[in-house]
Design a protein around this ligand. Sequence first.
Ligand SMILES: Cc1ncc(COP(=O)(O)O)c(C=O)c1O
Length: 404
Amino acid sequence: MTTASDRSLKDRAAEVMPGGVYGHLSTGKLSPNYPQFFAKAKGAHLWDVEGRKYLDFMCAFGPNLLGYGHDAVNAAYVDQLALGDVMTGPSPVAVELAETFVDMVDGVDWVLFCKNGNDATTAALMTARKHTGKATIVRAKGAYHGSAPWCALGDAGVGPHDQADQIFHRYNDVEDLERAVKQAGGDLAAIFVSPIKHDIIIDQELPDPAYARRARELCDETGALLVVDNVRAGFRLTRGCSWTAMGVTPDLSSWGKSLANGHALSALTGADVCKAAASQIFVTGSFWFAAAPMAAALVTLRILRETDYLEHTVRLAEKLRTGLHAAAQRHGFGLRQTGPAQIPLVTFEDDPELKLTNAWTGALVQRGVYFHPYHNMFFCAAMTEGDIDHALEQADGAFADIKG
Ligand SMILES: Cc1ncc(COP(=O)(O)O)c(C=O)c1O
C-alpha cells in the first residue's frame, strides 16, 4: 500500500528524475495500493519501504527466475567481483559462458554478450541487415522488443526515419505474415518474432506451429534471418530455444532478463550462417564484458540444467491457475487466464477497461500478493506450494473485497 515514505520518495524522485520513476517499473498507471519503492527482496518475496512483505508474481518483470538473492548465484557474483569485474579486457569466464551456452542450447553456435535485452535485439537487427545487405524487417504488431528508437513505443523523441523499413503483421496469422513478406519485396532482412504473443493488456497466445514453420520457410525462401526474441520468455518455456520444440530453429535469438538471475547481462546468440555478419557490426558497451554477471550466469545456467526449476514452476503455476478459476467462479466472476501458466496474464471477462482487474489486483496487493493488471506475470523457482495456497486464499479474499 502507498505509505507516507513511499509517497515522499515518489515526490523526491519527481524532483530529480524525469517523470519520477519511468519506464516499466513506474506504478503511475496502477492502483494507488501499489508501492513504488522496495527496500529488499529475497526468494519469492519483496519488502516495501515500510517493511510490508509481498509474494511477488512479477519477479522484477522477468529477471528473477530462481529466487531473489539466490545464494549460489550471488556467491559466484561476489567471488568474481573480488577478482575483477569491469577490466581492460574480458575475464576467461566470458569464454566459458559462451561455450556453456553453445553446448546447452540447440542451434546456437556463437554468443555476443551485452547488457540489456534491447542491446541484443538491436544487435540482431544490425546482424540481419549486414548479413543480407537489406533493410526491411517484418515484425508483429504490438510486440515489444525494447526502447531504442527503432522499436520504442509511441512517437515521442522518435525521428521520422527511425522506424522506417518495418512492416507489421498479426502474430499467428500465416496469411498476414505472407502478405508482409511480399510487401517487403526483395528487401527483407529479418522476421522478428517473440516466442509467444505476450503483448500487454490483451490475451496472450501460444505460437501456432504452422505460423512458426511458415516464418522459417519464408526466411529460407528469401535469405532473410529468423529472429526469436527470448528476452522475456527465455528459459521459462524450455531449457533451450523457445521454438525448438516445434522443430523451428531461429538464426538469431536475443536473451536477457533471467540469464544471470537478476544480474545485468544479455546476449545475442546465433547460427554459424550469420557469424561473419555479427563479427562485422559495430556493437559494444563499457560494461558489456563485466565478469561478475557472467560468473552469475554460469551458475544460473548450471542450475537450470541440473534442477527441476522448470517443472516446479509449471506445477505451481497450474495449481494457481486452477485455483483462481475455482475461486472466481465461487464469487460469480469469470477470469481470462492466457499464455503459459508460468507466464500468465490474468484479467476479468467482460472488463474491456480493466476496471475489475485493476480493483482486484489492487486488493491483492493490499493483501500482500503482488499481481499485475495488464502485464504478464512470472513465477520463480523459489515459490512453494504454501505460497500458492497463500496466494489463493488472498485471491479469494480479494474477490470478496471487490464484490461491492
Ligand atoms: C520480448 C522483449 N524483448 C526485449 C526487451 C527489452 O529488454 P530490456 O528491457 O532488458 O532492454 C523486453 C523487455 O521487457 C522484452 O520483453
